[in-house]
Structure formats: C-alpha cells, structure tokens
Write a protein that binds this ligand. Structure first.
Ligand code: SF4
Ligand code: SF4
Length: 443
C-alpha cells in the first residue's frame, strides 16, 4: 500500500551524493588481526566486562554484560584471545573501556539458545539479550523503545536514509528484503501494533515500489529533504501527528525503528545471532574505493581505510557516520561500534574550509531550522557564555543537531559547535544540581 506524505516545509536540500556507492553491492570485510570492542557503544551505562586478559573467546560470546535497564550486552566479533581491557578513544575523543581481542582467524562461533516461541515478551527478551540498540546513530537500547509507558498503535520503519552519502540501509533493503520484512514484523509483534508504516525517500523508487506490494505495510513516499529521518519529522510526514516539545514518539502513539535494527532483530530471533557486526557505507570523493561493507564491530577505521585503498591527497576531512550529524575524526586509530553507519573521506571540494565571519543577520539559519529555533541567537548566547539564555530564550535543548543551519550559513558560523557547547554546559549544570540534591538527601 502506498500513501502520500504530509508536507515537510523546512530543512535543507543537500546534494545526496549517493551515486558514489548506491549501486555497489555489500561486501564482507575480513576481520583484522586485532579488534577493540567498546563497552560503551550505547546510550546509558557502559557494559561490565565479564572476561579477563588471557581468556579465549568465541565469535558471538558475551564479553560485556548489560549493567542496567538503559545499557546493552556486548559480544565478541571474532574468536581469539583477550589481550587487554583498557581505555581507548571513541569517535568523539572520549576515552572509554575497550576489550582488545587478538583474532585467531578460526571464527569458532557460538549462538544464542533457540527460542521456544515468538510471543511479544520472548521477542523483547531476545532483543535485549542480543545487545540490540538503535543502529541509526543514537544507540538507545531497542528493548526500552519497545516498552513504552503510553499506548502506541503504529510502528514506523525509518527507511529515509536522509544523510547524504549513506547507502547501507538502501543496500539492505535491496539485498535482504525478506529478512528485513521478518524483522519488521517481529518488531511490530513485540510492541503490540498491527499498523506498520515504512517511510522511504523518493530517491529510492525501486524500494518504494517493492515494499508497497506488502499488504500489511503502508509505504509513505517521502520528499527528499534533510533531516527527513529525524523521528519527529518522520512521524509527522508519515501520520500527520505531532510529537509535543519535550515528549517522546510514544506520546504520539508511535515507535520508530530503523532498517539495521529491524534486520538485527530478525538475525537475533530467527538465526540466534547476537549483534557483533553491521553494515556501513564507506564513501566520499577522496576515498579511492567507495563501498558498502559488512564490518565486524571493533574494527579499526584505519583497517577499513586500507581495505578501501586509502584516500587521495586532497582529503579535507574524515567523518564517522553521515556528513551532517557524524563527528569529524581526528584520527583513524579508533574502532567501529554498533552505531557506525558510515565512514567518509571528504575532499576540499566537498567541505567548507572558509573561516567564519560575523553574522550578517540574513535569517537563513532560522528559515531552514526544522525545530523552528533561532540558531543565530543560540550562537550569540553560547559565544557570550550565557548558557542559561541559550536555553530559556534560544530553546537550545530542542535542537536535534541536524546541522541544517550551519550548512546554509553564508558567514560560515560554527553554529553546531556553539549548540553542542551550550547543550554540554546545560547538561553538566543539570547533573551537578542533581548530584547536589542527592547529596543533600543523604544528610
Ligand atoms: S538549530 Fe539545531 S535543529 Fe535547528 S537547524 Fe540548527 S542544528 Fe538543526
Ligand atoms: S545564517 Fe549565518 S549569517 Fe545568517 S543569520 Fe544565521 S548565523 Fe547569521
């Protein structure tokens, strides 16, 4: 079934650059000799290591135990020996605990126990056991999203893949459609809804046509606009429902899951396979061989770069994820996680390297902001160190960090950096206030 989308008026129209990789079939990258598997690949508490240095581990063996409701299990991606448990930087530069494994290239494998049934709670338990998190970038434990506090009636599958360059979701839809459909139906069963909507951008007409043939799935053909894949905008375009400020998709009766998460659900339930590898797009005009890869979690970006034959001399920036929301990488000596959807080598032509100038009050950033904010005002307050006003006047905590404002700014203001700075300061202040309150309660 095919339905028209509700109109999405804001956002930016960005060249999608998907032609670099969209027609390249997925290839499995051989696992490197050494892997470093982060214990903090998700939102929430890091997992607790349950192996020691010197232990032999198997591919698919639990090595990090979920340490709370908002946490996730971590599995080994290869068989081999644990040669270290130590802090290493993640893509943002923060040092987090990693389990270092020397690959023995034997790929001796262990799987989860087969399930006795496919009841909703059984599926949810398996999703938690397999360590599945939102693989579109956020890394929120999937089982939590599938257990909303309010009644929901619709599952929305995010097939927008609106970030430029990224094509791995498209390749999964094209190459593993039946597995994906099973994963989608399992997610719907787990959350207890019969209405399934797939939102797919119009730059994937073959996938719109294919999935619209399924009688239990409504496909909404979305306008190609960024950030169409943001949860709130996707929900509006697919259902016409608005998620109130400060509320969750469940408050609009919806649960949103992405393509990779649905596929991981199928593999966990039907193949008893925990989450230890994922699809990612390696692209950018500076990369010699753009590719869609199946990569073991814990693979060093440098190894991926070598597998793609390296980058050209005019490389201006390396990015983990998509170019709009993914962080610029300072080093390739870091390791993939469950949320590593892309790796881009961007040329000087693709990246703005101009220095910022003063704001000229053109208003373009406000015109494109999908959250109806005034980014120039947030930038002004953040630069002045007035983070309270950035929150109370600028509403910075409603920002979804999509980067549209910075993309259109003719003065090349570093708007996203200002926003990130303000959000970080506000969160730090909230945490300090909470800690002081807890401390006071103990006295
Ligand atoms: S202020 Fe935030 S939500 Fe608005 S355009 Fe900028 S990054 Fe996107
Ligand atoms: S787009 Fe840039 S120059 Fe224009 S108002 Fe916004 S911050 Fe100022």
């Amino acid at each position: 079934m095919l339905e028209k989308a509700k109109l999405f008026l804001r956002g930016a129209h960005i060249p999608d650059k998907k032609n670099l990789s969209k027609d390249i079939p997925i290839e499995e990258m051989p696992a490197p000799p050494i892997l470093a598997i982060s214990l903090a690949q998700h939102i929430g508490k890091p997992a607790t290591p349950i192996v020691n240095v010197g232990d032999r581990v198997l591919q698919g063996q639990l090595i990090g135990q979920s340490s709370g409701f908002i946490s996730a299990n971590i599995y080994s991606s290869v068989s081999g020996t644990v040669i270290g448990i130590e802090k290493r930087p993640n893509v943002s530069g923060a040092k987090v605990d990693h389990i270092i494994i020397e690959n023995d290239n034997k790929y001796e494998n262990v799987v989860l126990e087969p399930l006795a049934d496919r009841e909703p709670q059984t599926i949810k338990n398996r999703i938690a056991e397999a360590g599945i998190v939102g693989m579109g970038g956020a890394g929120f434990p999937t089982v939590v999203k599938l257990s909303p506090q309010t009644k929901v009636d619709t599952l929305i599958i995010n097939g927008a893949e609106c970030e430029p360059y990224l094509t791995c979701d498209y390749r999964v839809m094209k190459e593993r459609p039946q597995d994906l459909l099973q994963g989608i139906r399992l997610l719907a069963k787990a959350v207890g809804v019969s209405k399934i909507i797939m939102g797919i951008e119009k730059n994937k007409p073959d996938m719109i046509e294919f999935f619209a043939k399924e009688s239990d799935i409504t496909v909404v053909a979305l306008k190609k606009a960024y950030p169409m894949g943001s949860e709130k905008h996707l929900i509006y375009c697919c259902t016409g429902r608005k998620v109130p400020v400060g509320k969750l998709p469940a408050d609009a009766g919806c649960v949103v899951q992405n393509i990779a998460t649905a596929l991981a659900t199928y593999e966990a339930v039907e193949l008893n396979k925990p989450l230890y590898e994922r699809y990612m797009t390696c692209s950018g005009e500076s990369l010699y061989q753009p590719r869609n890869l199946l990569v073991k979690i814990g693979t060093r970006y440098d190894d991926i770069l070598n597998f793609c034959k390296g980058f050209k001399k005019d490389t201006a920036m390396l990015v983990s994820g998509g170019p709009m929301m993914g962080p610029a990488m300072l080093s390739t000596d870091i390791y993939t996680t469950k949320t590593s959807s892309g790796f881009l080598a961007l040329s000087t032509k693709e990246v703005s390297v101009e220095n910022p100038t003063n704001c000229i009050n053109c208003g373009k950033c406000a015109q494109v902001c999908p959250m109806h904010l005034l980014p120039m005002q947030i930038d002004f307050y953040a630069q002045a160190g007035d983070f309270d006003s950035a929150e109370s006047v600028g509403g910075v905590m409603n920002c979804i960090s999509c980067g549209c404002c910075a993309y259109v700014c003719p003065a090349k203001r570093a708007l996203v950096q200002s926003i990130t700075l303000a959000k970080g300061q506000i969160m730090a202040k909230r945490r300090a206030a909470q800690a002081a309150q807890q401390q006071g309660g103990k006295k």
